[in-house]
Design a protein around this ligand. Structure first.
Ligand code: ZN
Length: 400
């Protein structure tokens, strides 16, 4: 977004007061919520009193504050439903945002790349279009990150469910190859991500050299944060493009059901029970986080559903060690990071494509009786330590 200086001052004021509203309401709920059955309605009534008492609270548009209360209400609903942890206070510099209900805003397109949005009490603000707004706008959120202010439109799209395409695709999410399809196609995150990573590492070393609390350290840290934000953008763009390509061609996409959080948590283990293969897993975890699998799954799901398709998840165990041709599970079949050569039948393929085909097959077998899944992978006595882990160690090249 490109707010004028006086608009940006308003942005900061709005974000600050909304954060305060959110945090006060959170404290109120944490203290009294259970006993008084506090919900959105009661808290909105309290907000009216708060606005009457303080000029600087009243100075900010009421809908934005109500939006903050609604956000909090949703956070609590997610918590009670077991989908999220207990809501935490919003922090300055981390959660600088405020929102409007969609019906209160107006947008207009200025040219091919630029649009403007009219925000109540703030006025017209220009922004760069990334994708067209479709359907009815439900919410509009204005937020600040290291790259500046952004506006996001949450839309509700009504569409007739088109007839689902019959084609099924299996997708293996990996470290070296980001996405391998059962059709043999390989999609990899752009090289630029690795270049930015290298720059980020250098920038992080600069931060370490700077004196704590100094202005130079703060500037160096800001640089790191900016690079991170750029990486996130590149990754998100890749996920959108890849998901669109898949959603246009296939009716069912099959993904591994990976509990990413559990996998990343298990590496270091606890003091009492240190994790195994810590170094390997640390490398793998970096890859997982880099690939942002969960984000991809979310984007793919909505793009598939929009077209009448669906995303199916299947158990992830041993997909990288199972032969797509004969179903034999053996760690030795995984010849290298890139190559799969079956010990049983001699079938060879790109290792990730082989896994993608196995994933696709698991959806076919109705998720129930997966052939050979009860077997443990065979330990080979080659003298070398074989990892009985789901994925082999990522190669240096694959780390970005
Ligand atoms: Zn085989």
């Amino acid at each position: 977004m490109a707010p004028l200086p006086e608009q940006e001052a308003l942005f900061r004021q709005f974000a600050g007061v909304c954060r305060l509203t959110y945090n006060l309401a959170l404290e109120q709920r944490a203290t009294w919520g259970r006993r008084h059955r506090l919900g959105y309605v009661a808290q909105a009534a309290d907000l009216t009193k708060l606005r009457a008492a303080f000029d600087w609270v009243r100075a900010v548009y009421v809908s934005c504050q109500q939006q903050a209360l609604r956000d909090l209400d949703r956070a609590f609903q997610n918590f009670f439903a077991g989908r999220a942890s207990f809501p935490r206070p919003r922090r300055r510099g981390v959660h600088d945002s405020f929102g409007f209900p969609g019906r209160e805003i107006v947008t207009k397109q200025l040219n091919a790349n630029l649009s403007a949005v009219r925000l109540p009490k703030i006025g017209w603000v220009r922004f760069r279009d990334t994708r067209p707004i479709r359907g009815t706008v439900k919410n509009v959120t204005v937020s600040l990150d290291a790259l500046g202010w952004h506006v996001a439109f949450t839309c509700e799209i009504a569409h007739d469910a088109p007839a689902a395409r019959p084609e099924i695709v299996g997708i293996d999410r990996g470290v070296t190859t980001t996405l391998a399809l059962s059709t043999g196609e390989l999609l990899t995150l752009p090289e630029s991500l690795a270049q930015i990573e290298a720059r980020k590492r250098r920038a992080q070393r600069v931060v370490a050299r700077r004196k704590r609390g100094s202005a130079r350290r703060r500037r160096a840290q800001a640089r790191v944060t900016r690079l991170q934000a750029r990486q996130a953008r590149i990754r998100r763009d890749f996920h959108h493009c890849a998901a669109l390509r898949i959603a246009r061609r296939f009716g069912v996409a099959v993904l591994e059901d990976l509990n990413t959080r559990a996998m990343t948590a298990s590496a270091r283990g606890t003091v009492a029970e240190p994790g195994r293969n810590v170094r390997q897993k640390a490398g793998l975890n970096r890859g997982i986080l880099n690939a942002g699998w969960q984000q991809f799954a979310t984007i793919l799901t909505y793009k598939m559903e929009e077209r009448g398709g669906q995303v199916v998840t299947v158990p992830a165990r041993f997909t990288s060690q199972t032969c797509a041709a004969c179903g034999v599970i053996d760690a030795r079949s995984r010849e290298s990071q890139a190559r799969f050569a079956c010990i049983g039948c001699g079938h060879t393929d790109h290792a990730d494509v082989n896994a993608a085909i196995t994933i696709r097959r698991r959806a076919n077998s109705a998720l129930l009786d997966v052939e050979g899944l009860h077997q443990q992978p065979v330990e080979a006595s080659t003298g070398r330590d074989l990892m009985v882990s789901e994925n082999p160690r990522p190669s240096r090249r694959g780390r970005c």
